[in-house]
Ligand binder design. Sequence first.
Ligand code: C5P
Length: 227
Amino acid sequence: EKKLIIAIDGHSSCGKSTVAKDLAKKIGYTYIDSGAMYRVITLFAMRNNLISGDKVDENKLAHLISQVNISFQYNTEKQRHETYLNAELVEDEIRKMDVSNKVSLIAKIKFVREKMVAFQRELSKEGGVIMDGRDIGTVVFPNADLKIFMTADVEIRAIRRYKELKNKGEDISLNEIRENVSKRDFIDENRDESPLRKADDAIILNNSHLTPEEQLDWIVDRMNEIK
Ligand code: C5P
């Protein structure tokens, strides 16, 4: 059976990774979280004091970025995908609000994107991959076998994210999250390099009123249509 490449793009915090992970588990594919890569570079840049306010020291980052090695591992005990910066487990740190607030500034830098896209393609050589992000169907895999563009009402997305972060014990207000989600969407959609947009041949999934199970069924139906 042919091992497909499935691209899932869309707005911030609309559940792309949840449905991507569920699908990967169900069909035995590899899940690749491209957003985690941009988050790792952001964490690295923050630790090296390369970001002040909305400004990134791109020259220094260009020099230092070769020191960054990103890898992923599935933790069977915790049943979750985990992200590493060099040998360090950074999965929890890269999901925090301070990283979320800066990541779109890092993700609009051309040399960062080129490096990440090369890595994303390298990891997908064998096929059988579900990758979520912002430019997967448009730039990384323009020939993906199935392209989904996910979105949901911004208020619903903010509330979902709020609950998620609260559950993790982060002290955060709904307002802060709403602002972060809108701001990221704005920067992602309006940047010069690989802006977030729906690929012409992507199918839209608005999941404002769908459960994770319904979303999974919907995507499995789309997969069966292309087989
Ligand atoms: O998917 P996630 O919300 O973790 O992505 C974090 C940020 O990384 C996005 O807001 C976007 O700025 C950037 N990103 C990107 N291209 C991707 C994946 C993520 O620009 N393929």
